[in-house]
Every structure is written in structure tokens, then in C-alpha cells.
Write a protein that binds this ligand. Structure first.
Ligand code: HEC
Ligand code: HEC
Length: 359
């Protein structure tokens, strides 16, 4: 339907040509009530156009100056990410939970840890982690380098100590030349190198482009009318944009969206008087969501329609409940439009080769 394109719509309206701009009925009505008629449509159109620009992908991956990327370091990090010998049992690698064929997550409500014990939280994807401002659902890690130590040494996960992990790698002849290629001749295998290489590999994992990206970059035909209406809802009436902002669809902040449960989330690291941080969890990216599966920090919601039903119901009331969540009434077709948007945000799976591990 929207074939004259959002970019041109304002101009067409200005000269009085008919152009069917796809907007949610409510956004249209609200704007029409405010200013009336075609001018209102033009205004909503320019609002959407501004949002379109706000979701533009960055041109390149940010690597920190203290840990620049090189092909050798990235290749080493890739091997370490897939190497189960970094775990005490010898059977768990980073990729066991962040599985590339499962969207860099797992298919479980919450992760399965050492000796298959269930962990309290769901495995997030590691795609686009180069841009993470804080890591983990509660933001307790600041950098990918620091984060890498956590699963490696957590007794409930890979259950190693860093000195033991270093010893394991030193005993594998093939690793020494890889460390030297990454960090310089004569450089011994050490914990800092393991962390730096893992982080470098993770930074290289970026969401492939999606239909939504093509639309953002100017292809007016890349999105279906339903997905376009979904974006108008997302940035308008439904208010999703107040937290799922930026090209990654996250504000990198923490909110209590009213899920039941007593996990304090970010609240564990904030003083008790900072009420909004209690039960608050990091806004997850909405890119590359699995079409089915487990959502939220605790894996408690198992479908995207159920996520929308949660937002419509509003979640449980408590003092920390986010004030940015508005009471929301969504018709069946509006829900379909939001789901169409979520699907258009996701690109094809990121193809990676499984490395041949050093012996
Ligand atoms: C047993 C499953 C498991 C293993 C093994 C594992 N992870 Fe994770 N990973 C998780 C879970 C669960 C979380 C979320 C934990 C939390 O927030 O408390 C997580 C979080 C992360 C995050 C933060 C993502 C974000 O959005 O904040 C990164 C990065 C990460 N893991 C990388 C790694 C690396 C690197 C390894 C290997 C050294 C690894 N993981 C091993 C389950 C696992
Ligand atoms: C107040 C901020 C906020 C608003 C507004 C908001 N979200 Fe969220 N969203 C979050 C947070 C925080 C989480 C994770 C909560 C948790 O796990 O405890 C989340 C989780 C999700 C998830 C699950 C993603 C995953 O990987 O588990 C989806 C899907 C989602 N939101 C879609 C939406 C949609 C669609 C809207 C608009 C109707 C919306 N959100 C509005 C903050 C928000």
C-alpha cells in the first residue's frame, strides 16, 4: 500500500497528491485530533522518519584501543570460544550455551550449568556484544574482557580457575604459536590473553542485515505494510521505543517490567533507596529473536504473542515497576503488526565455521 514512500510523503501531501501513508489508526487519530487532516499525517510521517534515522546501524564495530582486533587474535578467540577443554569437565565450552545454531543462545528457559544444574537466568545471545555498555542481565560486568572470566571460573558453570585454564592450554602444543601470533613472539599463554582473545572474537559477531535495515537505509519497499504499521506502533502508541531504542533496540538500561519472581536483578548492585533498580533487568536487544522459545531473564515467557500479552496486562505492581510502561490496549491486528515488525528486525542467521581445535 505504501508505495509513494515515507520519505516523499510530506512533499506529496504538500502538493496535494494522494499518498496512502501507513500509520496505526490510533496514531493517525491522535495526530488528526491535534492538528487536523493531511498536515497531521505529514507530521506523524516526519516523526516516523526521524525514528527511522535513529535506528541506523553503525558503520563499523567499536574495538577498544586497549584491545584492538587483529585476525590472529580473533582466530585464537574463536578457538577458545569453542574449546570445551576450558571447562573442568572438559565438555562445556562458551558455545555450549551460546550456540551459533540456536542464535548464540540455548533452547532452554534458563541455562544448564555444571553437572546439568539449572541456573537461575536465561542465556542471552552474544551477537552485537561489541556495543554492550554493561553486561549480564544485572549489568555486573563492564567489559567483555572482564565478563569472560565469569563463566570460566563460576563453580556453577565451567568451574575452572584461571591458573588451571592456563595450565590446560599450556599442555596443548598447538596453542603456544596461536598466542604468539596474537600477542607477540615469546608471549606466554596467560589469563589476560585468554580474556582479550575471547572478547575480540565476540566483538566480531554482528547481526546480519535484516529487512528493517534495508528500509532504514532508504529502501521504501523493504518492509511489509504490517511491519511499517508495527514500527509506527512501536515508536508511538505502544511506547516500546522508550526502552527498546537504538539500532540494537535497547537503551542499555535496566527496568522492572513487572515479571513475578524475587530476583533483585540490578537491585543487588544499587542502594535499596534506588527503588527503580529493584527487580530491574537489562533491556535486551530485540534483534534476531528466535521465533519461538524462551524470553526474558528468567525464560518465563515462551512466545512472542505472550510477551505482548504481558505488556498489555502490565505485569505485577510493585514500587519498582517502571513508570515508562503505559497501560496498553492492543487490538488483534495491532499485535500482528508488532509481531511483523519483530520478525522484520531479524536477519538471516550469522553463518560461522566451526574451528578445528589445536592439539
Ligand atoms: C552454562 C551456560 C553458559 C556458559 C558455558 C557460558 N555462558 Fe555466557 N551466559 C550464560 C548466562 C546464563 C548468561 C546471563 C547470566 C546473568 O546475567 O546472570 C550469560 C551471559 C553472557 C554474556 C553477557 C551478554 C549480555 O547481553 O550481557 C556474555 C558476553 C557471555 N555470556 C559470554 C560467554 C563466554 C565468553 C563464555 C565462555 C568463556 C560463556 N559466556 C560461557 C550462560 C553461559
Ligand atoms: C520500561 C522499558 C520497556 C518498555 C517500554 C518495553 N520493554 Fe520490552 N523489555 C524491557 C526489559 C527490561 C526486558 C527484559 C525484562 C526481564 O527479563 O526481566 C524486556 C524484554 C522484552 C522482550 C523479550 C526479549 C528477550 O530476549 O527475552 C521482548 C520481545 C520485548 N521486550 C518487546 C517489547 C515490546 C514489543 C514493547 C512495546 C509493546 C516493549 N518491549 C516495551 C524493557 C521494556
Amino acid at each position: 500500500m505504501l508505495r509513494c514512500g515515507l520519505r516523499k510523503a510530506s512533499w506529496l501531501l504538500a502538493v496535494g497528491l494522494p499518498c496512502l501513508v501507513v500509520l496505526s489508526a490510533a496514531a493517525h487519530d491522535q495526530a488528526a485530533a491535534e492538528t487536523g487532516g493531511a498536515i497531521a499525517v505529514a507530521q506523524v510521517d516526519s516523526r516516523l522518519e526521524a525514528w527511522r534515522q535513529a535506528y541506523k546501524r553503525p558503520a563499523s564495530v567499536p574495538y577498544p584501543p586497549e584491545n584492538p582486533s587483529t585476525p590472529a587474535k580473533q582466530a585464537l578467540g574463536e578457538m577458545l570460544f569453542f574449546d570445551p577443554r576450558l571447562s573442568r569437565s572438559g565438555s562445556v565450552s562458551c558455545a555450549s550455551c551460546h550456540n551459533p545454531s540456536l542464535g548464540w543462545r540455548d533452547a532452554l528457559p534458563t541455562a544448564s550449568g555444571f553437572r546439568m544444574q539449572p541456573l537461575p537466568r536465561r542465556t542471552p545471545s552474544v551477537l552485537n556484544s561489541a556495543w554492550l555498555a554493561s553486561l549480564m542481565w544485572d549489568g555486573r560486568a563492564d567489559t567483555l574482557e572482564a565478563q569472560a572470566l565469569m563463566p570460566l571460573t563460576a563453580p556453577t558453570e565451567m568451574n575452572m580457575t584461571m591458573p588451571e585454564a592456563v595450565q590446560r592450554l599450556q599442555a596443548i602444543a598447538g596453542y603456544q604459536p596461536l598466542f604468539e601470533a596474537a600477542f607477540g613472539a615469546g608471549k606466554p599463554i596467560d589469563g589476560a590473553g585468554i580474556q582479550a582473545a575471547l572478547a575480540t572474537y565476540e566483538r566480531s559477531l554482528v547481526s546480519p542485515r535484516s529487512a528493517f535495515d534495508a528500509w532504514v537505509d532508504g529502501d521504501d519497499h523493504a518492509l511489509s505494510a504490517a511491519a511499517l504499521r508495527g514500527f509506527a506502533l512501536f515508536t508511538g502508541k505502544a511506547g516500546c521505543v522508550s526502552c527498546h531504542s537504538s539500532w540494537r533496540f535497547t537503551d542499555d538500561s535496566f527496568h522492572d517490567i513487572g515479571l513475578p519472581g524475587d530476583d533483585p536483578g540490578r537491585g543487588r548492585y544499587a542502594p535499596p533507596q534506588v527503588v527503580p533498580m529493584q527487580h530491574a533487568f537489562k533491556t535486551p536487544s530485540l534483534r534476531d529473536l528466535p521465533p519461538r522459545g524462551h524470553y526474558m531473564h528468567d525464560g518465563s515467557i515462551d512466545s512472542l504473542p505472550a510477551v505482548l500479552a504481558h505488556y498489555a496486562a502490565g505485569g505485577i505492581e510493585r514500587p519498582s515497576h517502571s513508570q515508562q510502561l503505559r497501560p496498553l490496549q492492543l487490538s488483534d491486528s495491532e499485535r500482528e503488526d508488532l509481531l511483523a515488525l519483530l520478525s522484520a528486525i531479524s536477519g538471516p542467521p550469522l553463518q560461522v565455521r566451526l574451528p578445528q581445535l589445536p592439539q
